[in-house]
Structures are given as C-alpha cells and as structure tokens.
Design a protein around this ligand. Structure first.
Ligand code: NI
Length: 190
C-alpha cells in the first residue's frame, strides 16, 4: 500500500482534493431519525442538506485507519438541532477520535448498557469516543457549520440499524440563542 494525501478546507471542511466527493444526507434521508416527524415533514419539500461526510475508501482491513471530515449544517427540526444519524461500530469495541475544526457542537454517545456521555466540541477540541459507544454529532450553533475531522480503525464497520430502530436515549433540544437542554427521548425503544 502507498501513502496518500487528501486536502480538506479548514473553513468549511470540504475536500479540496479533486475527485473526492462527500456523501450527503438530506432531510429526506433522515426520516425516523428526528423525533419530531411533523416538523421534518414540513421541510421535506425544500429538502435541505443536513450533513455530509467523506468515505475515502480506505481498505477495510486490520491495522488500517479510515479518516475524513464531517460537516453538519446549522438548523433545527422542531426543537432538535441538525445532527448525524449516529451509529455503533459493527466491531463494537472500536473507538474513534473527532477533532473539531470549526463551529460548535456536541458529541452524543451511549453504550448498550445505557450510559450516556456528552462532550461539547469547539475548535481545537478532540473527543475520544470509547469503544462500545454509539456516537452522533450535533450542531448547536444557529449560524455556523460544525466541522470535525475523524479517524477510526478501518475495519470497524458501521451499524446504523440499531439507532434507526431504537434511537438514542437522549435528545438535545434548542432552548434559545446558544442554549440547549438534554431530555429523555420519548420515542426510545428498549
Ligand atoms: Ni464511527
């Protein structure tokens, strides 16, 4: 295997290397993810881009590292901030590091035993998501994209299905300009 290099913008997180395209998640891709289905329904016509991220296609074998950036745009669905779907790793015990490049956000994490952890992310701060913890990036700024750089063991795999079915135990809701509250998810399925 050869070395490789990708250039990311520190301004908006997007790839500056030609030919590298992000994966995009629009409102329509996030049905059942936001708790307020009625509010999501209202924005489906405009179908805004909620977040995008990179999968650079690093071979999924032990010892390799996958990496890229994730960009969550500012906005709310009802009171819930724009956020990623969130996932467990298929190899459950695989950790991941997120470094905040710009914006302001939260990393919401929970493990199968029901422990929730939340870390705020501001530029320069890096969060270690421990193994066994599902993780979701949440943009709590009203104006700026949340840009993070991530890296994890390339053979970890992604389990999106568990969160799609059950949701996270906690929701993060906007309560005002720059403020939020963490509440129990009424739709959480045991
Ligand atoms: Ni992950």
């Amino acid at each position: 295997m050869h070395s490789s290099k990708t250039k990311f913008s520190f301004k908006n997180g997007l790839s500056l290397t030609e030919g590298i395209e992000s994966l995009k998640r629009y409102a329509t891709n996030l049905k059942g993810i936001f708790s307020d289905a009625k509010s999501l329904e209202k924005i489906l016509e405009k179908n805004p881009l909620i977040y995008e991220f990179y999968d650079l296609g690093v071979e999924e074998k032990p010892g390799n590292l996958a990496y890229g950036t994730s960009i969550v745009y500012p906005g709310v669905v009802g009171k819930e901030f724009y956020m990623t779907k969130g996932h467990f790793h298929t190899v459950l015990d695989t950790a991941e590091v997120y470094l905040c490049i710009s914006g302001r956000g939260l990393m919401l994490m929970e493990n199968p035993e029901g422990i929730t952890e939340i870390q705020e992310l501001t530029p320069g701060e890096a969060v270690l998501v421990p193994g066994r913890f599902a993780h979701r990036s949440i943009n709590i700024s009203d104006t700026e994209p949340l840009v993070t750089f991530f890296t994890f063991a390339a053979d970890a795999g992604h389990d999106y299905g568990t969160i799609e079915q059950k949701g996270f135990r906690k929701l993060v809701l906007r309560t005002g300009d720059g403020t939020y509250e963490v509440v129990d998810n009424p739709n959480w399925k045991a």
